[in-house]
Design a protein around this ligand. Structure first.
Ligand code: NAD
Length: 296
């Protein structure tokens, strides 16, 4: 049984912390939102009044925060996790953040003598609740080996992608591909509709042909063929457009920094920015088919 400090217990961090409690770990929670903390103290976590209190004497520190600026603030400020945590504590950041921030925090943690892992997730709130998240990890072999048994309590696929920042890099490459393949799948259905094809027929043909992809067979953007997809619930309850746009912006910033050409990634970022600006930030990202149908 480990003592785990959990900083950031929102939509994702909350259910992740609850799965650690279910696995009999002790969880000390800190969040700037009292409502978020309440959800985990009700499940057995102890509330900490500050991040520094939470990490004191903890075996493991997990952060699950909105963006790079928040992660930098809790790790890099003068009074921070790096000054308050036990020197043999394992530090894991599960937030999705920019690669520069991930590498800066890694470097500072290593300099201070800590094992540190960037471990962003995919699987969304449903995966966090079910304990079936996929973790993409960046850091040393030793940090990964220490983190794996802990991450297994919150996820079902734990992959070591490489060194510092490699988890973040893998996550944004995957989500850029997802955005591109979703837009392509939506365009194929929108064209099929105009050409008089039935959704189900087109689905059966493409899912057994070379157009097959996850956006089609698991997350079909038209209602009917895949009953569990958000398209059957008017595009609610899935992966919000605002979060997809965040990941696309991160991938574009990374591409620019690395000098990589990602013309389709850039186009996807523009289309999702437009869709979000039309009042759809909270709509599932497969809902972009509504905008694509409208274009002539
Ligand atoms: P969220 O906004 O629900 O949770 C973030 C929490 O961090 C909030 O409760 C907020 O109050 C807290 N917080 C902010 N600054 C803080 C600070 N300085 N100290 C302590 N707490 C602080 O967001 P979320 O949906 O849980 O997402 C968390 C991360 O996971 C993000 O990086 C997001 O991109 C990533 N992610 C989200 C999903 C998803 O489907 N929601 C999927 C994959 C990855």
């Amino acid at each position: 049984m480990a003592t785990i400090a959990f900083i950031g217990v929102g939509n994702m961090g909350g259910p992740m912390a609850r799965n650690l409690l279910k696995a009999q770990d002790k969880v000390r929670a800190f969040d700037v939102s009292p409502a978020a903390v309440k959800h985990v103290t009700e499940a057995g976590a102890t509330e900490s009044k500050t991040a520094l209190d939470a990490v004191k004497d903890a075996d493991v520190v997990i952060t699950m925060l909105p963006a790079g600026a928040h992660v930098r603030s809790v790790y890099l400020e003068e009074q921070s996790i790096l000054t308050a945590a036990r020197k043999d504590a394992l530090l894991i950041d599960c937030s999705t953040i920019d690669i520069d921030s991930a590498r800066a925090v890694h470097a500072a943690a290593l300099k201070a003598g800590f094992d540190f892992l960037d471990a962003p997730v995919s699987g969304g709130v449903g995966g966090a609740e079910a304990g079936t998240l996929a973790f993409m990890c960046g850091g040393s072999d030793k940090a990964f080996a220490r983190a794996k048994p802990i991450l297994e309590k919150m996820g079902k696929r734990i992959v070591h992608a490489g060194g510092a920042g490699a988890g973040q890099a893998a996550k944004i490459c995957n989500n850029m591909l997802l955005a591109i393949s979703m837009i392509g799948t939506c365009e194929a259905f929108a064209l099929g509709e105009k050409l008089g094809l039935e959704h189900q027929k087109l689905f059966e043909i493409m899912s057994a042909a070379s157009g097959q992809c996850w956006s089609l067979t698991t997350y079909c953007p038209v209602p009917g063929p895949v009953p569990t997809a958000p398209s059957n619930r008017d595009y609610t309850g899935g992966f919000a457009t605002a979060l997809m746009l965040k990941d696309l912006k991160l991938s574009q910033a990374a591409a620019q920094g690395a000098g990589a050409a990602t013309p389709l990634g850039a186009e996807a970022a523009q289309l999702y920015a437009l869709f979000a600006a039309q009042g759809n930030a909270g709509v599932d990202f497969s809902g972009i088919i509504k905008m694509l149908r409208g274009g002539q």
